[in-house]
Design a protein around this ligand. Structure first.
Ligand SMILES: *Cc1c(COP(=O)(O)O)cnc(C)c1O
Length: 286
């Protein structure tokens, strides 16, 4: 299923102030396992199957695209799934569209207090989880690990080698790390951060030794999942002009940034620019 889907990803060309952008529409891969999450899960699920695991466990906030994609993919491949969700208070609330989707695909939830969630990467937390679920395959928050990065390196193919710039949105840094690994040395990878923090740069550096990349956090809009009037107006304008749907956390901020950089003359008419539309539209469907 993975290979068939990945073979024919459409690219759409749009123009702004004479600069052409080639948009790789990963959002069109599949309604539930869309975008970069598809590539991040591919080798992980293959590994889980190889290890004979029955259950996929992962972590996320209530709006996590990764949680929705993991639930769908686990179901599709015949695994059970468990989502460990940040925020104990959510236990008593109506599930939002993201969690409803995950539940529809059979995911069970464990809502844990935020203080406890913060400890999810510690060895004591992990040991306890493994003891409770000895046959589970555990994916980190956002799904970023070596196998996810290997999967994301397949977002680029040999036809993409002629682009000067490759732009993508950055959350945990897994996707950009895969793109960097797959890139040519003369290409420049520009990541638009969805959140502030120097740790992101350090994280990406831990996944790749290449230097042909940079992170831009100018367009974060105050933080993860924070928005602004200007971003909303841009997204409305963009969607009605180009008929490409965006969401405000990742792809909206990225394109807002790219268009601003075009206006500032940071991209030129002759530049060949590939933009990765990483999907993330599942939460908007309902
Ligand atoms: C998860 C997500 C990202 C971030 O990917 P990372 O590999 O965590 O950097 C970017 N765009 C969309 C739409 C996402 O859902």
């Amino acid at each position: 299923m993975f290979d068939e889907i990945a073979q024919s990803i459409p690219t759409q060309i749009i123009e702004y102030e004479g600069v052409s952008l080639h948009i790789k529409r990963l959002d069109l891969i599949h309604a539930q396992i869309s975008g970069n999450k598809f590539f991040k899960l591919k080798y992980n699920l293959m590994q889980a199957r190889k290890l004979g695991c029955e259950n996929i466990i992962s972590f996320g906030g209530a709006y996590s695209n990764h949680i929705a994609a993991t639930a769908f993919a686990a179901h599709f491949f015949g695994f059970n799934s468990l989502g460990i969700i940040r925020g104990e208070e959510l236990k008593h609330k109506q599930l939002n569209p993201t969690l409803l989707t995950a539940q529809k695909y059979g995911m069970l939830f464990e809502f844990i207090p935020r203080e406890q969630y913060r400890l999810k990467n510690t060895s004591s937390f992990m040991d306890e989880l493994r003891l409770k679920h000895p046959h589970a395959y555990i994916l980190p928050e956002g799904g970023t690990n070596h196998l996810a990065i290997l999967g994301c390196s397949e977002i680029l193919n040999y036809e993409d080698a002629h682009f000067d710039y490759i732009c993508c949105a950055v959350g945990t840094g897994g996707t950009i790390s895969g793109l960097i690994e797959a890139s040519q040395d003369q290409q420049r990878i520009i990541g638009f951060s969805a959140l502030k923090g120097d740790f992101l740069k350090t994280d990406v550096q831990s996944w790749t030794t290449k230097q042909n990349w940079q992170l831009i956090d100018t367009y974060v809009q105050g933080g993860y999942a924070k928005t602004s009037q200007a971003l909303h107006e841009f997204m409305q304008w963009f969607e009605s002009k180009y008929h490409i749907p965006l969401e405000p956390i990742y792809t909206g901020k990225m394109l807002y940034g790219i268009f601003d950089m075009i206006r500032q003359g940071k991209f030129h008419v002759q530049d060949k620019i590939l933009v990765i539309h990483s999907g993330g539209l599942q939460g908007r469907q309902h």
